[in-house]
Design a protein around this ligand. Structure first.
Ligand SMILES: [Zn+2]
Length: 210
């Protein structure tokens, strides 16, 4: 897996920067953005899950069910959590990766009852959001994003045994050093369920072990 060890020294050359945005580094920044934005809204995240092969699947971050229910009845807090991914990309790389954030953006637009039918709509919706939220991530948040990033990059580099091709990163990494999370039960849960609930099973198994 191509992953930078730190978010310092992002190249100013657009093509070089874009290749970083499209790599595991960019995906990780996106997911950490969700975690930090959600924490600011009072919603702790449990896990970040990122695939070893980033072309296979997007990453995910998980908020516990009881917080999720509170989040979903608070439109503005919910939108902030959803926007965290592309806002972190914007902060770190000076541009959002719209293809990666499409499902987040569509959910935000639905909350706003805005219709999005083409790429131009996506772009203008995101630009409008960024313009209206200049203080979305402050200096402290940027420091947090970079520090969480460094810890996770270190974890991934030192862990060549992803579970079924996924790195499961418990978010207490934010506070502690973490250990190898390879877990037989999680592998079993993942292989047992083929439907859309498989992620929920998977996460439940991981959470029960932590
Ligand atoms: Zn996202």
């Amino acid at each position: 897996m191509q992953i930078k060890m730190s978010l310092d020294g992002i190249p100013s050359d657009r093509d070089k920067r874009r290749s970083i945005i499209n790599s595991a580094t960019g995906l990780l920044v996106h997911e950490i953005g969700h975690v930090v934005a959600s924490a600011k809204q009072g919603f702790p995240s449990d896990l970040i899950i990122i695939p070893k092969d980033i072309s296979a699947h997007e990453g995910m971050s998980y908020i516990d069910g009881k917080f999720k229910k509170i989040m979903e009845v608070n439109p503005s807090r919910h939108k902030s959590c959803l926007a965290g991914g592309f806002m972190a990309e914007h902060k770190i790389f000076f541009e959002p990766a719209l293809h990666r954030s499409l499902s987040d953006i569509l959910r935000m637009a639905k909350i706003d009852k805005k219709s999005i039918v083409c790429n131009a709509d996506v772009k203008s919706y995101v630009e409008g959001f960024i313009d209206s939220q200049s203080d979305f991530f402050g200096i402290k948040d940027t420091i947090n994003i970079k520090s969480i990033y460094r810890k996770i990059a270190n974890f991934i580099r030192g862990n060549d045994k992803p579970i079924e091709g996924f790195y499961i990163i418990p978010m207490r990494i934010w506070f502690d050093n973490i250990h190898d999370k390879t877990d037989e039960d999680a592998i079993e849960a993942l292989s047992r369920s083929n439907d859309e609930n498989r992620w929920h099973d998977f996460v439940r198994q991981i959470k029960n072990k932590n």
